[in-house]
Design a protein around this ligand. Structure first.
Ligand code: BGC
Length: 374
């Protein structure tokens, strides 16, 4: 009887180990190099932002039906950790690497190491710059994200002299430039005609006559109003701007915030200032906390990027590569070194009046995740 029990235990342990190798493993730690073989390695930038936890969840859901073995690792905001993660996945024999770089330039060396081993690299959402070791790029239309944010602010503004506060993402993220480029395309004519007056960036004021900005010019503005994608930095910066602004620079204000996490932090700072009568603030990602802020009229809009599509596109690409086929692409992005073949996805604007239709009725989030949903 005892022998039978031991045998059963061993058999069930073996089943558990085999099952594990087929489901995506998720850990912040680089695993030991001698564990099971992995076909597709996925490296995401951080678990500290809900955006990337969303992607992890959607990958895990989508990968349930694949026969390939997959492992997801997080770099926790560190390019060194990212390199270690890539090396650990290379040691496990991956054939395809799907990676969102923490820093688009610094990630070049990690993907070059992968390329040397014949691994195909798919940049996921953020482009890796200055290297020929990126094979494909799956992305949202990031210029359209910035345009949608700016268009919202323009639609809400009446008259002239409306105070405008600009914030941007991290300068190490190529997307921060694409978002800002899109926003500038729409805002600049409305700054030139006096609808908006920039209140928090001397660099943007110095360049406000230019309809198009070079990357260096954009770099000056982004450098001044960056949030580094960090909630605390966003909050501290907004508070500092409000402290140095005169009461006349407040009143009904318009705020370009690059994403949801920073939007909530900036919104809280503006809401706490008694000289601010009302504020309109943009966002991006449709994070649950921001969706609730939109329902509660604490954030004005978000740009919904359906992560399910990006996940599906990147898995389809990986499966095509593993099957020896050429993945489908729709265009290309220059990364400063080569044109990277890309597949691009459109974005959707979400405001108080279409939260339910865009995010709940579409099956993206259950209604029970929110309160006071209409
Ligand atoms: C992504 C955004 C995200 C931001 C901060 C960008 O590259 O496109 O969705 O909010 O990084 O993580």
């Amino acid at each position: 009887m005892k022998k039978l029990l031991v045998l059963l235990l061993v058999v069930s342990m073996l089943i558990a180990v085999t099952a594990c190798s087929k489901t995506p493993a998720t850990t912040g730690e680089a695993p030991a190099a001698d564990s099971n073989k992995v076909d597709i390695g996925i490296v995401l930038p951080t678990k500290d932002e809900p955006r990337w936890v969303q992607d992890e969840t959607r990958f895990t859901e989508a990968l349930k039906s694949t026969d390939y073995s997959v492992e997801i690792l997080f770099s926790q905001g560190s390019s060194a950790k990212e390199k270690e993660n890539v090396e650990a996945l290379i040691a496990k024999g991956i054939k395809v690497l799907i990676i969102t770089p923490q820093d688009g330039g610094a990630a070049a060396s990690a993907v070059e190491a992968a390329k040397k081993e014949g691994i195909k690299v798919i940049a996921y959402d953020r482009l890796i710059t200055g290297t020929d070791a990126v094979d494909y790029y799956v992305t949202f239309d990031s210029v359209a994200v910035g345009e949608a944010q700016a268009r919202y602010l323009v639609e809400q503004a009446t008259g002239t002299g409306n105070p405008l506060y600009l914030y941007a993402g991290a300068a190490s993220d190529n997307n921060a430039f694409l978002f800002f480029e899109g926003a500038w395309n729409v805002l600049q004519p409305k700054i030139a005609d006096g609808t908006f007056v920039i209140k928090n960036s001397s660099e943007a004021v110095a360049l406000q006559g230019n309809a198009k900005l070079t990357r260096d010019e954009m770099g000056k503005i982004v450098g001044q109003v960056t949030t580094n994608w960090d909630f605390n930095e966003a909050k501290n910066k907004a508070e500092a701007h409000l402290t140095s602004a005169k009461a006349a620079d407040k009143g009904n204000v318009f705020i370009l915030a690059p994403n949801d996490g920073t939007a909530r932090a900036i919104a809280d700072a503006f809401a706490a200032d008694t000289a601010v009568t009302s504020y309109k603030v943009t966002g991006q990602d449709a994070e649950k906390a921001s969706v609730q802020y939109i329902i509660d009229n604490k954030q004005s809009m978000t740009v919904f990027k359906d992560v399910r599509t990006l996940v599906k596109d990147s898995i389809e690409m990986a499966v095509a590569i593993l099957g020896g086929k050429e993945p489908q692409t729709t265009g290309s992005y220059n990364n400063g070194k080569v044109d990277v073949k890309a597949k691009q996805t459109e974005v959707v604007v979400v405001k108080n009046d279409n939260v339910k239709a865009a995010l709940v009725d579409s099956g993206y989030y259950p209604a029970s995740d929110f309160t006071n949903l209409k």
